[in-house]
Design a protein around this ligand. Structure first.
Ligand code: MG
Length: 261
């Protein structure tokens, strides 16, 4: 999702602790769904589980009602890239890859993360797509170093993805996150040549979210005004973490901590 541009905010250590708690609720949701997901379930069932877990942990689902989005969870299957709407009529099948993206509002701060899950056995192409996208996120996170630029994150994703024969979506990008779900700066998954890129400073929190297509990078939005699909119908994957820049390097707020499962 893209959002309103604001100036870049930096968070205090206390604020980052709250954002860690918010993102651990997100991580708990994604881990629950990863373990429970099966062929034959509806995407609405996943939405119900996610919202219940979120509310049981004292948080509000951040996407519900955001610009009119009807669900709590974005569920995007196969050629769907992001922003799929949960439905009682859409069933999961063996061989699908399912991208789930969840956000919470907790004590005034947002958490946001995503991952793509295989249902049963999936094709070798889909398996590679998921692996390369997850790897590109890890490489991107390693660039969250004070003194680097946001473009270093973008470059890490783009190089790894394109070296593996896949493409990165241009039309949707990662973002700053804090007391708003979408803050500055934008975090593209490709290098914007000739455009200046913000310096990473201590206390900056970024939602880094490579969206990677097996075929063309081009996407379109379906008639429901939300669901983003690949232009060529080939599969797509999406992995996201919320990451704080600290003096000691990247702190991945949405990585599940032991004891929280
Ligand atoms: Mg996001």
């Amino acid at each position: 999702m893209t959002g309103q541009e604001k100036s870049i905010t930096v968070k205090t250590p206390d604020e980052i602790r709250i954002m860690l708690a918010a993102n651990q609720i997100v991580a708990g949701v994604l881990d629950l769904l990863r373990k429970q997901i099966r062929s034959g379930q509806t995407t609405m069932l996943l939405d119900r589980w996610a919202e219940q877990y979120c509310r049981d942990h004292g948080a509000e689902p951040a996407f519900k009602g955001y610009r009119g989005f009807p669900g709590s969870l974005c569920v995007s299957i196969n050629e769907q890239v992001v922003h799929g709407i949960p439905s009682k009529k859409v069933y999961l099948h063996d061989g699908d890859v399912v991208s789930i993206d969840f956000g919470v509002l907790y004590q005034g701060f947002y958490g946001d993360a995503a991952l793509t899950i295989p249902v049963g056995a999936v094709s070798p192409e889909k398996e590679k797509l998921l692996r390369v996208t997850a790897e590109s996120l890890d490489l991107a996170i390693a660039q969250v170093q004070v003194g680097n630029r946001v473009a270093d994150i973008s470059r890490a994703v783009q190089e790894h993805v394109e070296n593996n024969g896949f493409s990165v979506v241009r039309q949707f990008v990662g973002h700053g996150i804090g007391t708003s779900l979408h803050e500055s700066p934008e975090v593209p998954n490709y290098v914007q040549k000739g455009k200046s890129s913000p310096r990473i400073v201590e206390g900056m929190v970024l939602a880094i979210e490579p969206m990677v297509n097996a075929g063309t990078y081009k996407v379109k939005v379906l008639a429901d005004d939300w669901t983003v699909v690949t232009a060529d119908g080939r599969p797509s994957a999406h992995f996201e973490h919320s990451v704080a820049a600290t003096a000691d390097g990247p702190l991945v707020l949405s990585a599940l901590r032991s004891g929280n499962d």
